[in-house]
Design a binder for this molecule. Sequence first.
Ligand SMILES: [Fe+2]
Ligand SMILES: [Fe+2]
Length: 370
Amino acid sequence: MSDYSNRTLLAVEPEPTGKLMQQALANTDMELVLAWDAYDLNELLNKKTFGIAVVSSEVLDGSWTSIAHTVRNTPQTDAAKIVLVMEKGTGNEIDEADKSLIDKIMPAPFSIGGFVEIMSQFQAEKNEKQWATLNPNQQKLLRVTKSLFGKHFSPEGSDEALSKAVMKESGQAIAAATQSGEIWDILETLKSHDSYTFVHALKVSSFMTLFGVMLGLKEGDLQLLSQAGLFHDVGKRETPIDVLNFPGKLEAAAWKVMQEHPGISEQILADSFDVPSEIIHVAGRHHEKMDGSGYPRGLKGTEIDDLSAICAIADVYSGLTDKRSYKPPFTTEKTLAIMNSMSGGHLEPHFLEKFIAMIMDRESSGLKTA
Ligand SMILES: [Fe+2]
Ligand SMILES: [Fe+2]
């Protein structure tokens, strides 16, 4: 029996799906196998197993349902995830029996960003099964934060007004878990969770708060740090998925779109209930750099407030250590070396020194960092 931890993927009807999948997986240890039709698939099943099959509804020969049946009825692939790529892609046009064969429907035309998103969701489902090993407080924190993300950080939830109560609850939970040290178990558990929005925000929030604990800040300030970290990228819910999930360096036009997110985050927060101005500043300034080469305003040095400077550090740390379906995370050693090289130009040097000391302290105690 195979499952989706199998690092081989199958694409049925390789053009353009196969080519785009190749691009999306270029920097991973995943192998991609291509089949044109049901005949090819049968040949292949004698030689290979795979964890995920991406099948076009427009297969050249035979139907996608017969291909899905073949995958399901082959013992080596019966537990593989099946993704159907189809025009419109709502699933309403498929009858229930056929629908039960597949795990996800992806709207055609196939897009790299949409594909990366689906891979992330599969990985997330798998990771969330591990949450059961955490204590009830830790599980609650993850559930509350995840539901917050479902509502406010996805394009579907973009009309939802931010809820003060949920924002407060998650901020309090992260501050409490950080003070008690339980946050480290949570961060460890999330290591293999590949969700750009949810895990990234929780990591930035946790590291900002851990930094605040190290500085000896009080409860109220810690909650402010937690919330600022959690909401710093909320504007990314309006960034197109193909820009957000692009596996590599963005081209100029896409990079320009990406750079809009701090402004959108500020706007969303400013339009919500009485969100503290510090949180709005962090959302708008976390990509500013000490030497003025950041965005969106090109602020420099002391024009950047302390909270935003701390968020920039936690953001870079999280970005480098985040696992994405198209890249492995950097090791702590490599991450800290890169961050050291950013001291003064990009990141605030005094905070950075303390932040690095905090991470090294954790590492040298033999305990894991995220
Ligand atoms: Fe950001
Ligand atoms: Fe970020």
